[in-house]
Design a protein around this ligand. Structure first.
Ligand code: HEC
Ligand code: HEC
Ligand code: HEC
Ligand code: HEC
Length: 442
């Protein structure tokens, strides 16, 4: 997995802004309308300018950023490389670049009757794979109408964190239609990880949250985006896990829902330690609960009862996983209800400086109590810390001198999670203690 995250601490600080207003949420089908193709957005006076336009509301060089720096532009091309050839061969597919299972995530794979004349499948995850088929909205958006008018004409509401999470997760975790099963991973597909706020910055973002953006769109600080992203990720996981078509594979459950490293680490690397948050004994294949650990830090800060319920229901889910599939589905569904409740809580909550600092301490404390014994949780915690530090910086909460030791500590965290197979909980705990000392008193 490309730990480009390393670079994040340096490059993305300067990403998302800090004011907020009411949520808009109209989840429109990305594939409902005809997709005209990337070429229709790439004109030099449209989004294909080499330099950002000073006088324009938007940067107008989005195409260049996408083409040069965004992995989505290469998502189709990777289907032609040796790794993909091997995956296809192992799965018995004629070719990766013609297989629907691969194209559904690695390209804008809309049906033939939804492809305009300049549409090219080789463009990979193009503009309309995220912004929606443009045939209806291209006119109003050229006429310079406001964002709501564009959205009403079928543009996908990417500015809204809930809608954005729904979109990104559809490929970065899966949905009813597309999914990377453990069989596909067994054939050689890389492990997937995702955190909404971090990945928005990593893409890299082809938008800047400036004065006019704030006028045109509802703006959410990174902490709120992180919080909503966590709840949405668990929601999606549970929905797929409890779907009979996805949740099982023969006598086994679908292994993708479990902590990969519970099975995949060398036997000489003895590192099991008890975790308060699972209540499980050694030698057990654990469900991946990394998003749940993050979610309860956030929920507990906003409402102790909800945080407590999440904790108890997570324990119940782990316990049910030892009992059987029926018990697991039942426990997962109970948890799903509480998770759904948190999304509403986060959307209506305004995360201020005191909250942000408390969440930072909460994420660190959870780790120091031993909850990041598993790699996936440490990885989520690292992305969370990066995202929160970013929000503190953008919100003008800290000065340079306060930022520097936090960045240094973040670097230690990144180093500790850089290679999943070499992860050592003790090294990560040390980085967390460094981070704890770096948290400024505000
Ligand atoms: C559910 C969506 C989904 C499906 C289905 C899927 N992929 Fe992927 N694939 C991804 C995502 C997302 C990544 C990037 C993971 C990351 O870096 O976090 C990825 C990464 C990869 C990579 C590594 C790319 C790189 O830059 O190193 C290869 C190779 C790949 N996929 C091949 C395939 C092939 C072949 C298939 C079909 C058998 C397939 N994928 C099916 C979503 C998917
Ligand atoms: C992987 C998803 C994704 C892809 C692919 C993508 N975008 Fe975006 N785009 C976003 C997100 C997320 C935002 C930020 C939220 C928002 O403002 O709507 C955004 C914002 C924008 C904005 C608004 C900036 C502003 O200041 O309001 C423009 C314009 C834009 N994208 C153009 C493009 C173009 C052109 C392409 C193709 C070359 C493209 N995007 C490809 C996800 C994507
Ligand atoms: C249509 C499917 C699809 C959607 C929707 C999508 N992605 Fe991706 N994304 C991919 C694939 C496939 C890759 C891997 C491409 C490669 O490695 O060449 C990828 C790669 C990435 C990477 C690079 C990861 C790395 O390891 O370097 C980031 C960051 C990313 N996506 C962020 C996002 C965000 C944020 C959104 C939502 C706004 C989003 N993606 C929506 C399919 C998608
Ligand atoms: C319950 C234990 C278990 C869990 C959990 C698990 N795996 Fe596996 N995995 C296996 C087994 C067993 C194999 C087959 C090993 C073999 O064929 O030698 C395998 C094979 C693989 C392979 C192919 C290895 C090879 O030698 O070619 C990859 C890659 C892989 N898993 C990735 C993952 C990822 C990513 C996750 C988490 C999302 C995961 N696994 C979760 C047990 C597990």
């Amino acid at each position: 997995m490309a730990w480009a995250l390393f670079a994040l601490a340096w490059s993305a600080l300067g990403g998302l802004g800090a004011t907020e207003s009411a949520a808009q949420n109209t989840a429109v089908g990305i594939s409902d309308d005809i997709h005209l193709g990337v070429a229709s957005c790439a004109g030099s006076t449209c989004h294909g300018s080499i330099e950002p336009w000073k006088k324009s509301n938007v940067l107008q060089n989005e195409y260049i950023t996408w083409q040069r720096e965004d992995k989505h532009a290469k998502a189709y091309d990777v289907l032609l490389n040796d790794r993909s050839k091997r995956i296809a061969r192992n799965l018995g597919l004629p070719d990766a670049h013609t297989a629907q299972v691969c194209l559904d995530c690695h390209a804008d794979n809309v049906p033939m009757d939804k492809r305009g004349t300049t549409f090219q499948i080789g463009d990979g995850v193009g503009c309309e794979a995220c912004h929606g088929g443009s045939v209806r909205w291209i006119g109003v958006h050229l006429a310079g109408k406001d964002h709501a008018t564009n959205v009403a004409a079928g543009m996908y509401p990417t500015a809204d964190p809930e809608a954005r999470a729904t979109l990104c997760l559809s490929c970065h975790f899966g949905d009813k239609k597309r999914f990377v099963t453990h069989r596909i991973m067994g054939a050689g597909h890389p492990r997937m990880s995702f955190e909404l706020d971090t990945f928005t910055a990593l893409q890299p973002a082809h938008f800047t949250i400036d004065e006019d953006y704030t006028r045109r769109k509802a703006v959410y600080n990174g902490v709120k985006t992180w919080a909503i992203g966590q709840a949405m990720a668990i929601g999606r996981t549970i929905d797929l896990m409890t779907d009979p078509a996805r949740g099982r594979d023969g006598i086994f459950p679908e292994l993708v829902f479990f902590d990969c490293h519970a099975c995949h680490h060398p036997m000489s690397n003895l590192r099991w330690q008890p975790r308060r948050g699972t209540g499980l004994k050694p030698g057990i294949v654990r469900l991946n609960d990394s998003n749940l650990v993050m979610l309860r830090v956030i929920a507990r800060h906003l409402d102790e009862d909800v945080g407590d319920t999440l904790f108890q229901e997570t324990l119940a889910l782990h316990a049910a996983s030892l009992e059987g599939i029926e018990a697991t589905v039942k426990a997962a569904k109970a948890l799903r209800k509480t998770v759904g409740k948190t999304i509403g809580m986060f959307k209506s909550y305004s995360f201020g400086p005191a909250d942000i600092q408390a969440l930072l301490s909460g994420v660190v404390a959870e780790g120091l109590s031993g909850e990041y014994a598993d790699y996936a949780a440490a990885e989520q915690a690292t992305m969370a810390l990066a995202s929160i530090v970013d929000a503190m910086k953008n919100g003008g909460m800290i000065d340079k001198d306060q930022l520097a030791p936090m960045i240094a500590a973040l670097d230690s965290c990144y180093k500790a999670v850089e290679k999943d197979e070499a992860y050592k909980p003790t090294v990560f705990a040390k980085a967390l203690r460094q981070f704890k000392d770096a948290i400024p008193k505000l």
